[in-house]
Design a binder for this molecule. Sequence first.
Ligand SMILES: C[S@@+](CC[C@H](N)C(=O)[O-])C[C@H]1O[C@@H](n2cnc3c(N)ncnc32)[C@H](O)[C@@H]1O
Length: 270
Amino acid sequence: MSGSDALPQIDTSRPHPARVYDWWLGGKDNYPVDEELARRILALDSTAVRGARANRRFMHRAVRTVAEAGTRQFLDIGTGIPTEPNLHQVAQGVAPDARVVYADNDPIVLRHAEALLRGSGEGTTDYVHADVRDAETLLRRAAESLDLTRPVALSLVALTHYLGDEADGDDVHGLLRTYLAALAPGSHLILSQVTADLNPEAVAQAADAFKAGGTPFFPRSITEFQRFFEGLELLGPGVIPVTGWRPEAEDVAAQAEGVVPVYAGVARKP
Ligand SMILES: C[S@@+](CC[C@H](N)C(=O)[O-])C[C@H]1O[C@@H](n2cnc3c(N)ncnc32)[C@H](O)[C@@H]1O
């Protein structure tokens, strides 16, 4: 595991995205302040719990898809609090020698990193405590475990809606281009993020609630989401609401409960 030596403090005075999401997924690694915001957002957007579960299942399907296509290296940024099966379990379920590097900037995820590293197959699993916006550090640390001259699946699942555009000082599209430029041809991008296209009022209110809780939140339109994949080859069925991406039985059942405002897509770097 790499990162800072002293464990950073967990701030229980304000909600954190990883812990709010954990509450929606039925986890126990959250504090009253997180539960309060998770419940408030759920009251505004009744799809929050279904959306979190659907998003998690998308991660499973996408990782299996690229592992079955031959990918043996994964860089998962914005990993979140462990929720089984975790990405390395899915990847190593297909290919026991798959290598996985997890990264997140939340101290609570760092505390749980050991759980993420447990039970690896023949492959290795590592954890980096870093902010996605520090691409240079993150890529350097990832390169300690992964061979960046060979294909890597870069997954940013339910992360980019916490990052702003150029005008907000984050330039999330430029950031993704930086990561992709560092990856070899044959690498994949696995992406999902919240949109206001499908459920505009509820999502706008939920975004305001996140912001009021101290977390900037940026839903994106389909056009803005598609821009993340510029220069890449989208795998079928392309960019689509998350339950529609190569759905399995549970996703088909979830579709019947209504759309969740999350776009998903997977693409290959030519
Ligand atoms: C909604 S969770 C998604 C977890 C997991 N990827 C999934 O989809 O199941 C978002 C994660 O992104 C992390 N995150 C948010 N902003 C980040 C940043 N600037 N750098 C690194 N991680 C970040 C949060 O700490 C949280 O764990």
